[in-house]
Design a protein around this ligand. Sequence first.
Ligand SMILES: Cc1cc2nc3c(=O)[nH]c(=O)nc-3n(C[C@H](O)[C@H](O)[C@H](O)COP(=O)(O)OP(=O)(O)OC[C@H]3O[C@@H](n4cnc5c(N)ncnc54)[C@H](O)[C@@H]3O)c2cc1C
Length: 485
Amino acid sequence: MENWEGSPSGASSTARQSPVRPETLVIGGGIAGIQAALEIANAGEKVYLVEKSGTIGGHMAMFDKTFPTLDCAACILTPKMVEIAQHPNIDLLTLSQVTAVDGAPGNFSVTVEKKARQVTEADCIGCGMCAEQCPKSVPSEFDAGTGMRKAAYIPFPQAVPNKYLIDRENCLYAKNGKCKLCVGACPANCIDLDEEDATVSIAVGNIIVAVGFQVFDAARAENFGYGRFDNVITSLEFERLVNASGPTGGVLSLAVRDKRKRRVFLPESPKPEQVAIIHCVGSRDCNHNQWCSRVCCMYSLKFAHLVKEKLPDCEVFEFYIDMRAFGKGYEEFYDRIRGEGVHVVRGRTATVEGSGSKLKLRTEDIVNARLLEQELDMVILSVGLEPNAQAGELARMLGISVDHNKWFIESSMGAAPTETSNAGIHLAGACQGPKDIPDTVAQASDAAARVLRSILHGRAEPPLGSLLPRPGTTAVPALDQRSES
Ligand SMILES: Cc1cc2nc3c(=O)[nH]c(=O)nc-3n(C[C@H](O)[C@H](O)[C@H](O)COP(=O)(O)OP(=O)(O)OC[C@H]3O[C@@H](n4cnc5c(N)ncnc54)[C@H](O)[C@@H]3O)c2cc1C
C-alpha cells in the first residue's frame, strides 16, 4: 500500500476535543466538490480530491447553458477545473474511490483504490493518436450515449486532467491480449497496458462528501416509450445534442439509424418541427420517486428556449404538473419563455406512442378541462434526480446516515445543513438532496467554512444533531420519519 503523504498527528479519541489534521478529503469532483476544494485550498490548507471517473466536472460539464441566466456552463466551470489541476494545495486523484475509513474525527485514515489509467499522466501530450488508432468504439458516457468514443479516450476536450486513459472493460488487449495499436501510435511512449491498480492511503482531519446524484432511468417510465422510439430522448441526451461540443456540434436534429442499425444523431439529419418536453418523469410519482427533483421545471424551460434559439420555427410544448419556479430570477425566466411562444400545458402526460414517422402524445389539459392528443417529432423526458447508487455503502463506511430514499442526511436542516451525524464529516451538493447549481455552490462553500473553522480551532466540532437527545440511537432518523420520532 502506498502512503499518500502526511505524518501521523496527535491521536484523538473524542469528537469534542480532537486536535485536527489540516488535510481534508473531498469525495466527488462535481461542482460541489470543486467549489469546496478550492475554498479550502485557497485558504492555504491541503485537499485530496477523489473522483471516481477519469475527469472532474460532474454533470455540469455536460451542460450548454445554465438557467436562469443562460450563462455558458463551461465558462463558469472550466476555469475552476483548471485551477484544481494547477493548485499547489490540491492533490487530484481521478479514477479513484474511497474503500475504507478508520480513525476518529480530526484524524481519519482513508484507503483509496486508484484504477490504473494506463497512460502516464505526466508524459501524455494529449495528441489523440492512441484514440485515432484504437479499433474499439463504444457509446460515450459524457455524451449520454448520443455519440461514440474509443476505448483509448479522453472524456471530453476540456477534461481535467487533460490526459487520455484506457477503458479496460472495452480494450481489446485487456480482453484477449491481441491489440496494442495505441501503444505503437503513442509518440510520447506513455501507454502501459499492463499497469495495475494501486491502493493509496491518506490521513485527513475532515471529509466532505460531494458525490452528487444520478438521473432517473427513463426506460422505467414505460408509458413514454424511451428505448422504443428513437426520438424520445432524455434531458441529458438533449443537453449534449444542443451543446457545441456535442456529437452534432450543437445542431438539433432527429435521430436516424446508421448502416449498422444503430441510433445516431447527425447534423445533416432532418430537423424536428414539433418538440414536447415532459416534466416530472420519475419524480412526484408514486410509481417511481415521490420527491420533487427541484431542477426539472427550470431546465425544461431552458430547453424550450434552446430549441427556439436553434430552430425558431419549431413548435415547442411544455407539459407540466405544477410549475416550480422557486429561485431568484426563476419566475421571471418562466415569463420570458412564455413570451417566446412556447405552448405551456398543465396536466399529467399519459402516454407517448409511435404513429408512422411521428410520435403521438396523450395528455390531460387541466386548465381547459380536456384531453389532448399532439403529434410530435421529438419528445424530451425531463428525468428526475436520484441518490448516487453508492450512497448507502458510502454512508456505512463513513458512519453517517441516509434517509430511506438514500439521500444523505444533514445534522440540522436549519442550523447545520452541511454537517452530518459524525463530527468531521460534511456534505456538499446534490448528494444531500436535489439541488440547482447556485444552492450547490453555496452549500459547498459552507461545508468548506466549517472545515476551516475546525482546523483553525483545532477541534472537530460535534454536529448539532448529535447534541440533541435521541433515545436509543445516535443515527439521525429518515427525513420523512422525523415528525414521527
Ligand atoms: C439535465 C439537467 C440539467 C440541469 N441544468 C441545470 C441548470 O441549467 N442550472 C442549474 O442551476 N442546475 C442544473 N441542473 C442541476 C445540476 O446538475 C446540479 O445542481 C449539480 O450538478 C450538482 O452538483 P454536484 O457536484 O452536487 O453533483 P454532480 O454533478 O453529480 O457531481 C458528482 C461528482 O461526484 C463523482 N462521484 C460520484 N460517486 C463517487 C464516488 N463514490 N467517489 C468519488 N467520486 C464520485 C461523480 O463522478 C461526479 O463527478 C441540471 C440537472 C440536470 C439533470
